[in-house]
Design a protein around this ligand. Structure first.
Ligand code: SF4
Length: 65
């Protein structure tokens, strides 16, 4: 099962990821992402990949743990 991970040393709180994957990522009050669920379903994978590619800080990645 795939999971999203955020590299907090890179994330600048741009917020693009939450807009592209609203079911998987929320924003906190400072604009930083909050992962809603640990696992990405197969149906969410295309949007998750779009969010990863759109992240200007290269802070998102998928893992298979
Ligand atoms: S798009 Fe990238 S830099 Fe912006 S909030 Fe999401 S993970 Fe952080």
């Amino acid at each position: 099962m795939s999971r999203l991970e955020i590299d907090w040393t890179r994330c600048d709180g741009h917020g693009l990821c939450a807009g592209l994957l609203p079911d998987g990522i929320a924003m906190d009050e400072w604009g930083f992402p909050v992962l809603r669920a640990g696992e990405i379903t197969p149906g969410e994978l295309p949007d998750a990949r779009r969010a990863i590619l759109a992240c200007p800080a290269l802070a998102l990645r998928l893992t298979n743990r």
